[in-house]
Design a protein around this ligand. Structure first.
Ligand code: SER
Length: 402
């Protein structure tokens, strides 16, 4: 099943069961929202999960682009991405969790053809405030799916306050041979779908108040699902990443883990720029800056003459189109090349300062403070320069060839 078939199988399944498709939103939450980026499909729906009536009704479905920086250091493994897409379904005070789990099971088995023996779920055990999720335990028992109980791993919240509740995470066995172990004991169990019972609102003091209407929020990572359905070793081998994996290795040959970081971070940077962000020293702009500078660091580690201007325009265009963004390719390119120039200049200055002033080995907090305040060299950059020796840009810059 390719990416388009996978998306339409999900959307059609829920449309046939009375769900209205809502358009995906930007990565930038509406003003007044405290989070930097949309991290989950439910995020734009927060007011409706809290009880406000949604104009399209009580059953909704969509595909939402999301960005998570919590997983940044895990990018490079088989399943983690910075920008990813989430297939989501919602019941706003309509059907119950049992129905959601039954439909989930049916779609995975009959719609996506995953054999039931490859499924395992985790369910909320309990904590000091809330008891075990016995309703979900009963439902999964009735469906014959093995269950592992956990604590906070099966509690979903989008932040310290707001709507939250216990969840059931569905895992699929991806190892060779028959399934072994449990989701928490064997990494070959890959989580694909989360079904949350949005039952509470958490207050600033940590207390929980039952929501006036209990809702269901489900989210399935599209790329992980594709990895499972297409039986690929990682998200990067699925058809979704084909244009990237055909282009980048011949252009910039590197080791597998760096290749994944380059592909993920560059693709994420394009989407973030496409949603209107530019690099800066704070907030969203800083996230974008970190992403692009990590790409450049990985590129220059192997070959200091590499340039972002060599990234084909078609690949930028393909990415914007995939995420249904109307931003111009030339704008994305300008932002990337400008950041490349800034980073290159900063690195050169940093190297000169470190050599001239004899900074080597482990620096003190005072040294870092001095280098930042006096020379504008951020700590990350100094650490990189000290640990990676001479890697960095050559005197060739994108401006000369843009
Ligand atoms: N909000 C839940 C998650 O992101 C389910 O959509 O996992």
């Amino acid at each position: 099943m390719n990416v388009d078939q996978t998306v339409s199988t999900f959307l059609d399944f829920f449309r046939e069961r009375g769900h209205q498709r809502i358009p995906g939103s930007s990565l930038l939450p509406s003003s007044g929202d405290s989070v930097l980026f949309t991290t989950s499909g439910m995020h734009p729906l927060t007011p409706y999960l809290e009880g406000h009536p949604h104009p399209l009704g009580r059953r909704l479905v969509n595909l939402q682009r999301c960005l998570r920086t919590t997983d940044l250091d895990e990018v490079g493994d088989r399943t983690h991405l910075t920008v990813f897409e989430m297939l989501g379904s919602w019941s706003l005070g309509d059907y119950d969790h049992q129905q959601s789990l039954q439909w989930g099971y049916e779609l995975l088995r009959d719609g996506f053809g995953i054999r039931p023996e490859r499924l395992y779920v985790t369910v909320f055990g309990d904590d000091e405030q809330v008891g075990p999720d016995t309703e979900s335990l009963r439902t999964w028992g009735g469906l014959g799916v093995p269950v592992e109980l956990t604590g906070e791993d099966n509690w979903w919240s989008n932040g310290p306050t707001g709507p939250c509740g216990p969840d059931s995470e569905i895992f699929v066995w991806t190892g060779d041979g028959p399934p072994q172990g449990t989701p928490t004991s064997d990494q070959r169990w890959v989580e694909v779908w989360n079904h949350v019972r949005m039952r509470y609102r958490r207050h600033e003091d940590g207390s929980l108040e039952p929501l006036s209407q209990s809702g269901i929020d489900t989210g399935m990572g599209l790329e992980r699902l594709l990895t499972v359905l297409q039986d690929k070793p990682s998200v990067f081998e699925t058809d979704l990443f084909l244009p990237w994996m055909k282009t980048i290795p011949p252009l910039w040959s590197t080791d597998e883990s760096s290749l994944r970081v380059i592909v993920d971070h560059l693709r994420s940077s394009i989407v973030v720029i496409g949603d209107g962000v530019t690099p800066s020293t704070t907030g969203r702009g800083y996230v974008l800056r970190r992403l692009t500078r990590r790409v450049l660091t990985a590129l220059w580690r192997d070959d200091s003459s590499r340039l972002l201007s060599d990234l084909p325009r078609e690949l930028i265009g393909h990415t914007l189109e995939h995420f249904r963004q109307s931003c111009e390719v030339s704008h994305v390119r300008e932002v990337l090349l400008d950041e490349e120039r800034r980073f290159s200049t900063l690195l050169r200055r940093g190297r000169q300062v470190l050599t001239r002033e004899g900074f080597v080995g482990k620096l003190s907090e005072e040294d870092y403070h001095y280098l930042h305040q006096t020379h504008g060299l951020p700590r990350d950059l100094v650490v990189g320069l000290l640990t990676e020796g001479g890697s960095g840009p050559s005197t060739r810059t994108s401006s000369s060839r843009a």
